[in-house]
Ligand binder design. Structure first.
Ligand code: PEP
Length: 256
């Protein structure tokens, strides 16, 4: 560990449960999952459960410090009159190490702006949480040939308040919006092309610090397509929604 940063080995297998699985279901999931996934030093597994299930997931992990837990969203303020929100210090106190920021559902369902993602990234780092910044284009943007432009804009905005050393603590997830929850996955070649462009941009933002960030792919990843995506150049892991909700299926994916 350095700067309190948990050791993260690639490939990273990150589960985003979205608004699924309360504490009871989460405990049952972890019992099944832990029986099927023995600690492996060559990869990192992370869970992003709903905030109310975080304690259940953490408690279930007991001595499995190899598995990390994060929150799906944070507010940029540390505390105050923001009914319904959770802050980075609260998430950290509850046992989270990571926070998703700028997930496409936050951007496109809840109207989160680039400016807000920047404030959330800064808030996470300020509280000692490690952000996983999600970027990705919508279908019409892809069809207009704007994929790279959109991802670069979201990256530049999201990382805009950070020093190069702080950028080095971020994980990036490339999640084309048209592939999330749709069953339509980017081909390994398409994913790779964007990952390579993102890495080049990260280098230009933060030099060698930027060049080393893990870049995950997300969007309808499942047990059938995960290996080919992980083998694609520039893909350092996967962020998985729907296919992470079944404990046996998720264990199969993380053992890929
Ligand atoms: C996600 O929620 O980040 C995601 C990639 O969802 P899905 O795997 O269901 O497409």
């Amino acid at each position: 560990m350095s700067n309190g940063m948990p050791e993260v080995k690639t490939p990273i297998f990150a589960a985003n449960w979205k608004m699924n699985s309360g504490p009871t279901e989460s405990r049952a999931f972890m019992r099944t999952f832990l029986a099927r996934y023995a600690r492996r030093p060559d990869r990192t597994v992370m869970f992003f459960p709903p905030a109310l299930s975080l304690a259940a997931v953490r408690d279930s992990l007991k001595e499995r410090a190899d598995i990390l837990v994060g929150v799906q969203n944070i507010h940029w303020e540390a505390k105050g009159a923001f009914t319904g929100e959770n802050s980075a210090p609260i998430a950290k106190d509850a046992g989270a190490t990571h926070a998703l920021v700028g997930h496409s559902e936050r951007r496109h369902v809840f109207g989160e702006t680039d400016e807000q993602t920047a404030k959330k990234v800064a808030a996470a780092i300020g509280a000692g949480l490690f952000p996983m910044l999600c970027v990705g284009e919508k279908l019409d943007e892809r069809e207009r040939g704007e994929t790279e432009r959109v991802c670069v804009r979201q990256l530049r905005a999201g990382l805009s308040t950070l020093s190069n050393a702080q950028v080095a603590t971020v994980i990036i997830a490339y999640e084309p919006v048209w592939a999330i929850g749709t069953g339509r996955t980017a081909t390994p070649a398409d994913a790779s092309a964007v990952h390579v462009a993102i890495r080049a941009e990260l280098r230009s933002i933060a030099g060698e610090h930027g060049g080393r960030l893990p870049i995950l792919y997300g969007g309808s990843v499942n047990a059938q397509n995960v290996r080919a995506l992980l083998d694609a150049e520039g893909v350092d892991g996967v962020l998985v929604g729907g296919a992470s909700l079944d404990a046996e299926g998720w264990a199969t994916i993380v053992r890929s």
